[in-house]
Design a binder for this molecule. Structure first.
Ligand SMILES: Nc1ncnc2c1ncn2[C@@H]1O[C@H](COP(=O)(O)OP(=O)(O)OP(=O)(O)O)[C@@H](O)[C@H]1O
Ligand SMILES: [Mg+2]
Length: 229
């Protein structure tokens, strides 16, 4: 039987290595779309196709849908000060299209999964959007049946919407700060790991799967227990 698609979260302080870890965990993925607010100088440079707008994503996916090498796309959605509208729309657009692109998977005619990596997810999906029919809500609740693996990173785990929080298989915690954050993360990894969370060093992560502790390691040397497709 095929592995089911999974949800994964990476949390940690600013500059703690979230993006570095996300890159490492998905290095070998052949079908991946990354949404980030960071410029090219910072991350997702090697081996990614740079999409400037939605139509670039569409064209590149179409062209490479059946190619062996697949597609590794990064879409950098820059925000205007104080306004996340572009990011919110971009994620909504991607999720609506994933629903179409992955229809064959849902119909069991195609077994290829896909990874959607949303860096700083709170920028792309603030709480208020869940009520407005934003398509990420669909991706979280039903995307697994469409073969969609979600990987999200955030420095604000407190702000992660419950619909996502309640659906996480893989939880990576980097260094944290703030009592509320420790409390929230500890709750999300089973409630019994406060000392372990407090002991995480800079550029290290503790990995939990289905609320069980698995391993600690450096963000640049992630051990992968299950292959993203
Ligand atoms: N294991 C490591 N050892 C040394 N440096 C690292 C390690 N992991 C990440 N870095 C460096 O630390 C900086 C921050 O890493 P990264 O951008 O991955 O963190 P982040 O948590 O995503 O930060 P931000 O909150 O700004 O998005 C980068 O310059 C990165 O190269
Ligand atoms: Mg980052």
């Amino acid at each position: 039987m095929m592995t089911e698609a999974e949800h994964t979260i990476i949390v940690g302080v600013t500059g703690g290595g979230k993006t570095t870890l996300a890159e490492g965990l998905t290095k070998h993925c052949r079908r991946i779309i990354v949404l980030t607010t960071k410029p090219k100088a910072k991350c997702f440079t090697k081996g990614y196709h740079e999409a400037r707008k939605s139509v670039d994503v569409l064209k590149y996916i179409k062209r490479n849908w059946n190619s062996k090498k697949g597609f590794r796309i990064v879409w950098r959605v820059f925000s205007e000060p104080g306004d996340n509208n572009k990011q919110i729309k971009a994620l909504d657009w991607i999720c609506r299209n994933l629903w179409k692109w992955q229809q064959g998977y849902a119909d069991e005619k195609d077994n290829r999964q896909i990874v959607l990596n949303v860096d700083e997810v709170q920028r792309f999906f603030p709480h208020s959007e869940a009520q407005k029919g934003h398509a990420f809500t669909w991706a979280v609740s039903e995307g697994r049946d469409w073969g969609i693996n979600l990987l999200v990173g955030t420095q604000r785990p407190v702000n992660i919407h419950p619909i996502f929080r309640d659906n996480i298989t893989n939880f990576y915690s980097l260094r944290l700060s703030g009592d509320a954050t420790f409390k929230k993360v500890n709750e999300n990894v089973g409630g019994d790991h406060m000392a372990r969370l407090k002991a995480i060093k800079q550029f290290h992560y503790a990995y939990f799967r289905d609320k069980a502790y698995i391993a600690t390691n450096n963000t640049r040397k992630p051990t992968i227990n299950r292959a993203f497709p």
